[in-house]
Design a protein around this ligand. Structure first.
Ligand code: CNA
Length: 392
């Protein structure tokens, strides 16, 4: 996609992105070669969002191009290695932006109990005015849209017919430039209009109705949050959607025409320059919408985020995944997902490189504020609503 007004520069050789790339190649334990890692868009990165941004930080161009961290972060196996205890210790000593454990220990826990009931009580309290929600593909699985990574049913396991060199290529801008057909074919199955919001989407709307929703940051491209009635200004489509489209040189397109091509699975070319046209979905290697960085800086500030609810995401895609680290050190966080994700050890390599605050989830007894509901999103929100006395 051509550099458009709403996107941010990230390819400047002097940028934090370039610096982090250099560090990555010398210090990570990734098993891919440097070249292969690049090809797959797997570079690790710093999340340069700040929980309380200084003016200097505001001016810095945040690192916001889309990357998967699947192969560059420590695997579960690695994290249970002998060094993980040392890392945990390091995290304990150095985490929390140098404020140290004392600061956290001095704070009264905000949750009466670290479970879904405790979260419900907290939501009902006056202390909890601003709930920030982060969503991934899992919230739309019940609507019939497969996620990426679930073994067997996820898109990455079911792309054989597209004849791709590797599954992720279908969402890589470099691949699209030369072969847009697989994306158009896939998009013909995923296009909005075919699917209805789930209970989880309706719960997000309910948070808005109850005047608790600060913002919903979604990685999803299906627009089901707004279809469920959530106000557009309260949704950040971090990875774009099918609402608008441009060609690879940045010329705006008539979205209705584009969607006709998408429906048929036939790549469209720009009438002005002849380049391929793509809906404004953020591909690996592209920049996120500028609104993402702008609102994340504000909404994840301690005074603006009283509770973080993370649902249906593997937290494998940066910079989105790094957002979980930005609420205040004692801000409660609820993860509703089929698997545990985003825990402190999984963010180890980022922390060691100084690219993470070391504030991944800690569901252990030592943890003070994180709550886990292991299961389907719709079941998790039903449980929450039961305690809240809310009807979804
Ligand atoms: P992912 O990497 O596929 O992870 C999905 C996560 O959700 C996994 O941890 C699953 O275990 C979990 N999960 C799956 N089903 C459920 C369920 N019913 N209830 C609870 N948890 C569940 O997807 P991510 O969102 O983490 O990855 C980000 C990518 C996926 C973004 O760039 C999206 O654009 C992209 N994507 C979006 C859609 C969509 O718009 N609906 C669909 C597929 C992929």
């Amino acid at each position: 996609m051509g550099e458009a007004e709403e996107t941010e520069e990230t390819h400047d050789a002097e940028s934090p992105a370039a610096a982090s790339e250099k560090t990555t190649t010398t210090t990570t334990t990734t098993t891919t070669t440097e070249d292969e890692g690049r090809r797959r868009g797997n570079e690790t990165s710093s999340s340069s969002l700040s929980s309380s941004p200084s003016e200097e930080e505001e001016e810095r161009s945040p690192e916001t191009s889309l990357r998967s961290e699947t192969e560059s972060s420590g695997s579960e196996e690695e994290t249970s290695s002998s060094s993980s205890e040392g890392v945990r210790e390091l995290l304990r000593r150095l985490a929390i932006d140098g404020e140290g454990e004392k600061t956290l220990a001095a704070k009264q826990p905000r949750l009466k109990t670290r479970d879904v009931k405790g979260i419900a009580e907290y939501i009902e309290s006056d202390e909890c005015k601003n709930v920030v929600v982060m969503c991934g593909a899992g919230v739309s699985v019940a609507a019939g849209i497969p996620d990426f990574r679930t073994p067997g049913t996820g898109l990455y396991d079911n792309l054989a017919e597209y004849d791709l060199p590797y599954p992720q290529a279908v969402f890589e801008i470099g691949f699209f430039e030369s072969n847009p057909e697989p994306f158009y074919l896939l998009a013909s199955h995923l296009q909005p209009g075919k699917f209805e919001p789930t209970k989880t989407h309706k719960f997000i709307k309910l948070l808005e109705t109850k005047k608790k929703l600060r913002r919903c940051f979604t990685q999803n491209i299906d627009s089901l949050e707004t279809k469920a009635g959530v106000s557009e200004e309260l949704v950040v489509a971090a990875h774009g959607n099918f609402d608008t489209a441009r060609c690879l040189k940045g010329h705006s397109q008539d979205i209705e025409k584009v969607m006709e091509h998408v429906a048929k699975g036939e790549p469209m070319r720009c009438e002005t320059c002849g380049e391929y046209v793509k809906p404004d979905i953020v591909f690996f290697g592209e920049n996120l919408p500028i609104r993402f960085g702008q609102l994340a800086r504000i909404d994840f500030n301690p005074e603006n985020c009283d509770l973080l609810i993370v649902m249906g995401t593997s937290l494998q895609v940066q910079p989105f995944a790094g957002l979980i680290e930005y609420p205040d050190i004692d801000c409660p966080r609820l993860l509703i997902n089929r698997e545990k994700v985003g825990e402190v050890p999984s963010r180890r390599s980022f922390f060691e490189m100084g690219m993470s605050k070391g504030r991944g989830f800690d569901f252990s007894e030592e943890g003070k504020r994180d709550v886990l509901f292991l299961g389907d999103c719709d079941d998790g929100v039903s449980e929450l609503c039961k305690h809240l006395g809310w009807e979804v």
